[in-house]
Write a protein that binds this ligand. Structure first.
Ligand code: IPM
Ligand code: MG
Length: 350
């Protein structure tokens, strides 16, 4: 098994956490006889500093030719605080998603028994919670026509969806539901938005092909509430770009820390794996960040390569660390280990 992996470390804590994930991957490559080749490329604020653009052509080319992309985080406070900035690190990520057609963003929510006390939700609500969000990633309001009007006094962002863009992610979500508990919930705002009504119609039409899956619908405002009132009702959630952005952040803290949440963004030919959290600039270079979300994203990459045993190996090792109380500062501010130490603890348990 030989794979070319494009590596984008990015900004803030990105370089530290991605380096740790690569250490873990290398141990597994040795154990299972895989051959992983890494090509490191720049994206984000660091690329703006070096090349004047958040996504240099070379980065895009290397990513296009890779089997998968492992990505840390991008973003820098100097851009967040400046609404006038013409070039922003996030543009790099959005362009990469669009250029590679990474149309489905997959964000699982896993509850770790040893972390339930850190969750903002009460323990009894967390029992049996296990759902995954499928967020459409390359269309909708993120990519529709944008315009500043009336000399800057007005602005608009158009939410556009083509049926084909809805269908391709619905197929993935229906298939995922078939492999899980056979429940698919479409989150939309069909009482107000035309695009949402198109999503509903499209989902209803596809359901005949997946008759073993129970399809339900929720308005996004209600879904935001249901996620904290009764999260165990969900199995697979599918939704458009912006609703998915918001709901997946809400869901990600349920497990106790944003530092535990991995994600995959996939097209028909390539996939990108990244932690849900951002670049956490306050922690950059301090060796205190939690690398688990990135290491769990690497596990999703192994699953994508079909290397299920190796992926499970990572998840079990992380579960063991947590059960033994070995964690980084975000999970236990009294008794913690560093970024590099937790990685070594994970590696010992592989
Ligand atoms: C995410 C992030 C991005 C998004 C930002 C950084 C553009 O919030 O991956 O969820 O909004 O999609
Ligand atoms: Mg987001």
């Amino acid at each position: 098994m030989r794979k070319n992996i494009a590596v984008i470390k990015g900004d803030g804590i990105g370089p530290e956490i991605v380096s740790q994930a690569i250490l873990v991957l290398n141990v597994l490559a040795f154990k299972y006889h895989f051959n992983f080749e890494y090509t490191e490329v720049d994206m984000g604020a660091c690329a703006i500093d070096k090349y004047g653009t958040p996504l240099p052509d070379n980065t895009l080319t290397v990513c296009k030719n890779a089997d998968a992309i492992l990505f840390g985080a991008i973003g820098d406070p100097k851009y967040d605080l400046d609404p006038h900035a013409k070039i922003r690190p996030e543009q790099g990520l959005l362009k990469l998603r669009k250029s590679l057609n990474l149309f489905a963003n997959i964000r699982p929510t896993t509850i770790y028994p040893s972390l339930v006390n850190l969750s903002p939700l009460k323990n009894n609500l967390l029992e049996g919670v296990d759902f995954v969000i499928f967020r459409e990633l390359t269309s909708g309001i993120y990519f529709g026509h944008k315009e500043v009007l009336e000399n800057g006094l007005a602005a608009q962002d158009v939410c556009y969806y083509h049926q084909s863009e809805i269908e391709r992610i619905l197929h993935l979500a229906f298939k995922e539901a078939q492999n899980r508990n056979k429940k698919l919930c479409l989150v939309d705002k069909a009482n107000v938005l035309e695009t949402s009504r198109l999503w509903r119609k499209t989902a209803q039409a596809l359901q005949t092909q997946y008759s073993d899956v129970i399809l339900s619908f929720l308005f996004v405002d209600n879904a935001a509430m249901q996620l904290i009132l009764n999260p165990k009702q969900f199995d697979v959630i599918v939704t458009e770009n912006m609703f998915g952005d918001i709901l997946s952040d809400e869901a990600s803290v349920m497990s106790g820390s944003l530092g535990m949440a991995p994600s995959a963004s996939i097209s028909n030919t390539i996939a990108l794996f990244e932690p849900i959290h951002g670049s956490y600039p306050q922690a950059a270079g301090k060796n205190i960040a939690n690398p688990m979300a990135t290491i769990l994203s690497a596990a999703m990459m192994l699953d994508y390569f079909g290397l299920k045993d190796a992926a499970l190996n990572i998840r079990n090792a992380i579960m063991q660390c947590l059960n033994e109380g070995i964690t980084t500062q975000d999970l236990n501010s009294q008794n913690f280990v560093t970024t590099s130490q937790i990685t070594q603890e994970i590696i010992k348990r592989l």
